[in-house]
Design a protein around this ligand. Structure first.
Ligand SMILES: Nc1nc2c(c(=O)[nH]1)N[C@H]1C(S)=C(S)[C@@H](COP(=O)(O)OP(=O)(O)OC[C@H]3O[C@@H](n4cnc5c(=O)[nH]c(N)nc54)[C@H](O)[C@@H]3O)O[C@H]1N2
Ligand SMILES: Nc1nc2c(c(=O)[nH]1)N[C@H]1C(S)=C(S)[C@@H](COP(=O)(O)OP(=O)(O)OC[C@H]3O[C@@H](n4cnc5c(=O)[nH]c(N)nc54)[C@H](O)[C@@H]3O)O[C@H]1N2
Ligand code: SF4
Ligand SMILES: [Mo]
Length: 736
């Protein structure tokens, strides 16, 4: 069915799609026929017990865990052998969760800042005082400025309950999730506008013949079951095409590596599509049946000859042809990966549309090896905060901009409003599991925003950059100490005999010190703000049991199943009902290009290189920056510099450098140089998430360079309001 993209419908669809678990009113009955793998009852140590039901959150993939417990202490984490997702595998970060749990620098008690924001002096206070202060300060902001005077920056599973409270019951639209506006929001909305659903990472890599990765750097970006799918595909002989200006871990495994000029991928994709169409090497039957506006697109992209794109992308025309031919020869069993972190250049909605359209002309939807949405368990109940009295439009909707935005408000609009007081003041700030200082581009503006607030509260597990700006800092339980999220999904390998799983997170150990779970914290603040009668649940356990009830499941029943409930699944292939909107009237109505369109990005000024960044395989941004085991693996983020460029700049491998960007902003710390032919001369590259400025992170403090500090310029995506961060340019300054 076609999606009617009026703004309200779009938002509705977007927020439904944004929920991370499939929700349906139809309760799928838990059936017998469940496969039950026996758990390893004992570890190799005497007196070691195995606790089941762990769900990792060292990153947001949420692998299923068991914990080895001795004398009440967690000594080791392993993949839950019953898992049909990650299985017994976990990554380095997953393993190192033990060191987060017992990190001596972790937040232990509620703290009050008796110093300054940014230069805090902490005083330990009681929960009573902390909660009273948070509630009275937020209430005061609400009374003076209205609910929209409160902004919230959430991320992670403990943030969803308070986010729902602030958005829905308190009624502020000023909520900004990093995972949308700085990460994957554009992907989800571009696919929603093209195929009516967000794509997840749902390509059938194990069974594909060709994988096309645009910038995805698997092996550095690590999500265990996703990696398993990717590696299985390679093992099964799939051809790998990697498009990346850098010789990434994926490029190193590729059959074809396209060392593209940064920011030009859409031109590359348009030329592939044009070539396939001109040479009648596309899936015409599929396009006829499911396509909308194909002829308009075909006509509109005719200018994109191989030669023209080759020039724009600074690659060989023959390479584009080779890629197009390989895709055509193997269609429809090709995996065009939708990517994940896609907020790059402010022209990203167009690139994501092009990826969806390319998948369409190859007929690669719902088929083996193509784009295959998993059919996960349905029927979990929703538990939500009820609506409050206030309901304000988000700033961008009032101003009629960014009609294709993901749910929430673009961060820069919240920040600008707070700083300017226009269209209205924003004076209360709740940060819950996000580190806006390192996550959102333009730190000086973020700091300005924080400084003008009447009140800032943070709920975190560690002292990080953002917690330095809190007035009240509250210690959350870690993912190893709490019930919360229900992870659901299907077998990792898209096997014919599909199964589904339901794995609620259960604590592996009891919470230490005075750490409290987010439902307690939220409810206590809610009561004190006068919303006591609206509280939907009292504890995380109650929440999970309520959600599981329609399926006749409970925490106890699933614990008895070794922490994971399995049930028969559905054939993943076929019966995919979608229309592929090649040319979109809805987009045209808003004066955006109806067909995927290449929009050039700013070139580096003379003497500057474009700053690119990505993932360290053993860190998750700043959130692992104080982890002793992970720092032992990697404690800095050397900057990749092309070998010829290095020679011109007089730089050698291992030299120490600092940075200055196009706006004259200097890096606070230094890093070393990695000289390599594996990166273009017009850009440099480093891992994101290093160089934290909080000295309370006694191990991670000042290790490496904070890439975000150099990202002062935003390239805002006009359709979605998301932040492109790769339009910043640096010079290297040799220190030694
Ligand atoms: N320059 C630059 N910016 C980026 C990116 C980039 O590559 N480069 N990547 C973007 C992407 S893809 C993403 S997803 C975002 C991620 O952005 P964030 O979500 O802000 O990233 P983290 O560094 O993980 O910060 C999360 C915060 O949550 C805290 N935390 C960890 N566990 C818990 C918990 O159990 N409870 C609570 N309350 N807090 C917890 C951590 O200590 C940390 O302070 O950043 C985006 N921003
Ligand atoms: N180990 C580990 N794994 C993680 C995370 C983590 O922190 N640590 N974070 C998780 C999260 S939240 C996310 S969103 C994902 C992000 O992982 P991905 O979605 O794979 O992230 P990208 O930003 O696409 O990847 C960065 C790559 O893009 C390349 N690149 C830069 N500019 C361009 C360009 O113009 N064109 C092309 N084609 N390539 C370009 C860079 O050289 C680099 O190799 O990773 C997830 N996995
Ligand atoms: S990929 Fe690694 S860090 Fe992420 S959830 Fe899985 S084990 Fe944890
Ligand atoms: Mo992300």
């Amino acid at each position: 069915m076609a999606m009617n993209l009026t703004r309200r419908n779009f938002l509705k669809a977007a927020s439904i799609a944004a929920a991370s678990v499939p929700l349906s009113k139809v309760a799928a009955k838990a059936e017998s026929g469940v496969v039950k793998a026996p758990l390893v009852a004992q570890g190799s140590f005497k007196d070691t017990q195995t606790a089941v039901g762990g769900v990792c959150e060292m990153c947001f993939w949420r692998c299923q865990l068991v914990g080895k417990i001795r004398d009440g202490r967690l000594i080791k984490l392993e993949g839950n052998p019953k898992s049909i997702d990650n299985g017994e595998s976990i990554c380095a970060r997953g393993n190192a969760g033990v060191k987060l749990l017992y990190d001596p620098d972790r937040l232990k008690y509620p703290l009050k800042n008796v110093g300054k924001r940014g230069a805090p002096k902490w005083q330990r206070i009681s929960w009573e005082e902390a909660l009273d202060t948070c509630a009275s300060k937020l209430k005061a902001v609400q009374e003076k400025y209205g609910s929209k005077g409160i902004a919230m920056f959430p991320h992670g599973s403990t943030a969803s309950y308070p986010m729902n409270f602030f958005e829905h019951t308190v009624g502020t639209p000023n909520v900004s999730e990093a995972s949308f506006f700085q990460c994957r929001g554009i992907r989800d909305t571009a696919y929603l506008a093209t195929i009516g659903m967000p794509p997840g990472e749902n390509v059938d890599m194990p069974n594909t013949k060709v994988m096309l990765l645009i910038g995805d750097h698997f092996g550095e970006n690590i999500h265990v079951s996703h990696m398993k799918r990717y590696l299985k595909g390679l093992e099964n002989g799939a051809k790998l095409i990697v498009v990346d200006p850098r010789y990434s871990a994926s490029a190193a495994k590729s059959d074809i590596w396209i060392q593209i000029k940064p920011g030009t991928d859409t031109a590359f994709l348009l030329a592939i599509m044009n070539y396939l169409i001109q040479n009648e090497k596309y899936n015409a039957d599929f396009v006829d049946e499911y396509g909308e506006g194909f002829d308009e697109m075909a006509e509109g992209i005719q200018e994109w000859t191989l030669e023209k794109a080759a020039k724009v992308c600074d690659i060989q025309a023959s390479q584009i042809k080779e890629v197009a031919e390989l895709l055509a020869a193997n269609m429809p069993n090709v995996a065009i990966h939708p990517g994940r972190h896609v907020s790059w250049y402010g022209n990203d909605f167009q690139r994501q549309r092009a990826l969806a359209c390319l998948t369409g002309i190859l007929g690669a939807f719902g088929v083996k090896g193509g784009f295959v949405p998993p059919k996960g368990p349905k029927g979990l109940a929703k538990v939500k905060w009820p609506s409050g009295d206030e309901e304000a439009e988000a700033i961008h909707h009032e101003e009629d901009i960014y009609p294709f935005s993901p749910p929430g408000t673009p961060t820069d609009l919240i920040r600008n409003a707070a700083i300017e007081g226009e269209p209205y003041p924003i004076k209360g700030c709740v940060v819950w599991g996000q580190n806006p200082i390192q996550t959102i581009p333009n730190q000086p503006m973020t700091i300005k925003m924080l400084e003008q607030m009447d009140f800032v509260m943070c709920v975190d597990v560690m002292p990080t950059d953002i917690t330095m700006y809190a007035d009240i800092l509250l210690p959350d339980t870690s993912y190893l100490e709490r019930y919360d999220y229900i992870k659901t999904g299907t077998q990792w390998n898209f096997a014919d005999e599909q199964q589904q799983y339901i794995a609620p997170r259960m604590p592996l150990v009891a919470p230490g010190f005075e750490r409290k779970e987010s439902i307690y914290i939220t409810n206590e603040i809610a009561k004190r703000m006068g919303y006591g009668d609206k509280i939907p649940v009292q504890t995380q356990e109650e929440m999970i049991n309520k959600r599981l009830a329609p399926l006749n499941l409970s925490i106890e029943s699933i614990r008895a199943e070794d922490g994971i409930h399995l049930q028969p699944g559905q054939d993943p292939y076929g019966d995919l009902e979608l229309d592929i909107v090649f040319s979109s009237e809805d987009l045209e109505d808003y004066d955006f290009p109806a067909i995927p369109t290449y929009i050039p990005v700013e070139e580096p000024p003379a003497g500057f290189m474009r700053l690119l960044y990505g993932r360290s395989p053993v860190h998750t941004f700043n959130r692992t920056m104080n982890n002793a085991w992970l720092l032992a693996e990697c404690d800095s983020n050397p900057v990749w510099v092309n070998d010829k460029l290095a020679a011109k700049l007089g730089l050698k491998e291992g030299d120490t450098v600092s940075f200055v960007n196009q706006d004259g902003v200097k890096s606070r710390t230094n890093t070393t140089v990695k000289v390599t032919p594996g990166i273009r001369q017009d850009c440099v590259y480093m891992y994101h998430g290093f160089g934290t400025m909080n000295k309370e992170m006694t191990l991670g403090h000042d290790k490496g360079v904070d890439d975000t500090s150099l990202i002062t310029k935003l390239a805002v995506d006009p359709e979605t309001g998301a932040h492109g961060m790769r339009n910043n340019f640096v010079k290297l300054i040799k220190v030694s």
